[in-house]
Design a protein around this ligand. Structure first.
Ligand code: BLG
Length: 486
C-alpha cells in the first residue's frame, strides 16, 4: 500500500518534471511574434499601394501608414520590410499564413466582420464613411437614394460590409464590389461619370480631393469608425501590446497629430471648396504657364513647383490679377519690384513669372546666414510678400520675446504684431499687414506639397498635361533625387 503510494507520488513527480520540460521545449520551439521580429531583425508589414497608405513620391517610399509603421520599426530597433496586397481579401488571408507578415497597416477599419481574420491594435485615426457622388448630378442624402444607382466599392472593404447590412433592410439595393481597383480608381470613376456613387472613408477623400475636381460628399454613411493596425488572430499578444504602446506614445508626444496634419490637412487649410477648385485649376490653368515656370526655374535654379505654388497663391494662375493695392500680374509684382527685376509688362505671364523667380532668389540671398533650410525658404517667401525690412522687424520682436528669430515657427507667431500700434511703433519700418505673410507661407507650402505629389518626377522637362497628372499610388515610379525648393 505504502510502496504503491510512493510509486504514485514519484510517478506524479516525474510526470510534472517531464511536463515542465516539454513546456520549456515547447516555448523554445515557439517564440512569440515579438521575439521572432527581434530575432529576424525585420518587421514585415503588409499594406496597400494607395495615397492614404503607401506610395512612392519624388523622395522615395512614403504614405501615412508607411511613415507611422516605419517609426514603429525604428522603436523596435528593426528594419522595415513592406509588401503590398492587391486587395483586402488577400491582405487578411496573408496575415494568417505561416511566415506571413507580422502586421497589416493599411487604413483598416476595425469591424466585427473582420474579427475572425485579425486582431486589431489601439485606434490611431477616426474616419467617417462617406457616400461620394459627381458634382452636377442630383445629390443623394439618405440610404434609400442609393437604390437604382451604379454603386461600386472595394471588395472585402468595411464599406462592402456596411452595404450588405443595409441590403437586409433595403432588398432592392444593388451594388458591386471589385478587387481590381483601389480607392483612387473609385474616385476617378465617379469624377469621370463611369459610376454614380462610391463609398470611401473621410481620410481618403481629404487626401484625394485635390486630384478629382468633380467628386463631392453626398452624406456621411453611419458613425465615425476607428482605423487600426492588425495582426494574425490568436492568443499571441506580444507584438500587439508593443503596437498599442507605440500608438499611445505617438498620441502623447504629438507625432501622430503632425502626421495627420501633413497627410490629411489639405482640406483643413484649403477647405473642400479650395481643394476641388485647386484640382480644377491644376487641369485647366497650370498647363498654360507650366513651360514658363520650368524655364524660369531652370534659369534661377529653383524648384519650378515652388514658383508655381507662389503663382497660385498670388493670382490663382491668372495673368491679369490685380490687388486692391495695385499690385499686378500672375506673380503679383509691385511696380517697384517689377522695375527692379526688369519687367516691362506686369500682365505678361512669362515676364511676371521670370520677374517673380528672380525676386524670390534675390530676397533669399539678402537673408542673414543664421537662417538655415528649410526655414530659409519660408522666410524668403515671407519677404517676397511683406518685404525684407518688415520681416527683419518681426525677427527683432521675436528675439525680444525670447523666441528664436531664425525659426519660422517662432517668427510667424510674432509677425501679426506688425499690424498693432503698440508693437509696430517700436519697430524701424513701422506698420505692416503682418498676418498676410503667415497665410501666404502656409498656403504656398500646402500648394507646393500637392504639386510635388501630382507631378511625375520622371517627366521633368516635359509639359504637364492632364494625362501626366500623377496620383500617388496609381503610378509606381522609381524614386528620383531630392530637390531643394529654392
Ligand atoms: C510685396 C512686394 C515686396 C514689397 C512688399 O510688397 O508685394 N513683392 C513683390 O512685388 C513680389 O517687394 O517689399 S518692399 O519692397 O521691401 O517694400 C511690401 O511693400 C505682393 C506683395 C503685396 C501683396 N502681394 C506679393 O506677395 C499684395 O498685393 N497684398 C494686398 C492683398 S489685397 O489686395 O489687399 O487683398
Amino acid at each position: 500500500m505504502f510502496a504503491q503510494s510512493v510509486f504514485r507520488t514519484r510517478c506524479a513527480c516525474w510526470l510534472s518534471v517531464i511536463g515542465i520540460l516539454l513546456l520549456l521545449v515547447g516555448c523554445a520551439e515557439e517564440p512569440s511574434t515579438l521575439e521572432r521580429v527581434q530575432s529576424e531583425g525585420t518587421l514585415r508589414v503588409i499594406t496597400r499601394n494607395s495615397p492614404a497608405t503607401y506610395f512612392q513620391d519624388r523622395n522615395g517610399e512614403t504614405g501615412f501608414e508607411y511613415e507611422l509603421v516605419n517609426r514603429f520599426a525604428d522603436d523596435l530597433g528593426v528594419e522595415l520590410q513592406i509588401e503590398t496586397a492587391d486587395n483586402l481579401d488577400e491582405l487578411f488571408a496573408s496575415l494568417s499564413k505561416p511566415n506571413g507578415p507580422h502586421l497589416a497597416a493599411a487604413g483598416l477599419v476595425e469591424s466585427d466582420g473582420r474579427l475572425p481574420y485579425a486582431r486589431f491594435s489601439a485606434p490611431y485615426l477616426q474616419v467617417t464613411p462617406q457616400v461620394i457622388y459627381r458634382n452636377g448630378q442630383q445629390r443623394p442624402t439618405r440610404p434609400e437614394d442609393l437604390i437604382g444607382k451604379r454603386l461600386l466599392v472595394l471588395k472585402g472593404s468595411s464599406h462592402a460590409e456596411q452595404l450588405a447590412t443595409l441590403k437586409l433592410q433595403l432588398p432592392e439595393l444593388a451594388y458591386e464590389e471589385s478587387s481590381a481597383v483601389e480607392v483612387v480608381d473609385l474616385l476617378r470613376m465617379v469624377d469621370e461619370g463611369q459610376i454614380d456613387l462610391t463609398l470611401i472613408d473621410s481620410n481618403e477623400l481629404a487626401m484625394n480631393q485635390v486630384y478629382f475636381p468633380n467628386v463631392r460628399v453626398a452624406f456621411d454613411f453611419g458613425d465615425a469608425q476607428n482605423l487600426a493596425w492588425a495582426t494574425a488572430p490568436g492568443e499571441d499578444l506580444s507584438l500587439l501590446n508593443e503596437m498599442d504602446a507605440f500608438i499611445q506614445r505617438a498620441q502623447t508626444n504629438g507625432s501622430l497629430q503632425r502626421l495627420k496634419d501633413r497627410y490629411y490637412g489639405h482640406v483643413d487649410v484649403l477647405g473642400y471648396v479650395g481643394a476641388y477648385t485647386f484640382a480644377k485649376h491644376l487641369q485647366q490653368r497650370l498647363p498654360r504657364y507650366e513651360k514658363h515656370f520650368r524655364e524660369s526655374a531652370q534659369t534661377h535654379q529653383v524648384d519650378w513647383r515652388l514658383l508655381a505654388a507662389i503663382g497660385y497663391q498670388e493670382s490663382l494662375w491668372q495673368p491679369t490679377a490685380t490687388s486692391k493695392t495695385g499690385v499686378r500680374g500672375l506673380m503679383m509684382l509691385t511696380l517697384r519690384t517689377a522695375q527692379a527685376m526688369g519687367v516691362s509688362d506686369r500682365l505678361n505671364p512669362k515676364q511676371s513669372i521670370e520677374g517673380g523667380a528672380k525676386y524670390i532668389v534675390h530676397v533669399k540671398k539678402q537673408l542673414p546666414e543664421s537662417i538655415q533650410e528649410p526655414d530659409r525658404t519660408w522666410f524668403a517667401l515671407a519677404a517676397y510678400n511683406v518685404g525684407g525690412g518688415h520681416l527683419e522687424d518681426a525677427r527683432k520682436l521675436t528675439e525680444a520675446e525670447g523666441l528664436d528669430p531664425n525659426k519660422w515657427l517662432d517668427v510667424q507667431k510674432i509677425l501679426p504684431r506688425l499690424a498693432q500700434k503698440q508693437w509696430y511703433s517700436k519697430t524701424r519700418y513701422g506698420y505692416a499687414r503682418g498676418g498676410e505673410p503667415v497665410h501666404f507661407v502656409r498656403n504656398i507650402r500646402r500648394y507646393y506639397d500637392i504639386l510635388t505629389w501630382v507631378t511625375q518626377p520622371q517627366l521633368e522637362g516635359s509639359q504637364i498635361a492632364d494625362s501626366n497628372l500623377h496620383v500617388p499610388g496609381v503610378n509606381k515610379t522609381p524614386p528620383p533625387e531630392e530637390l531643394s525648393p529654392l
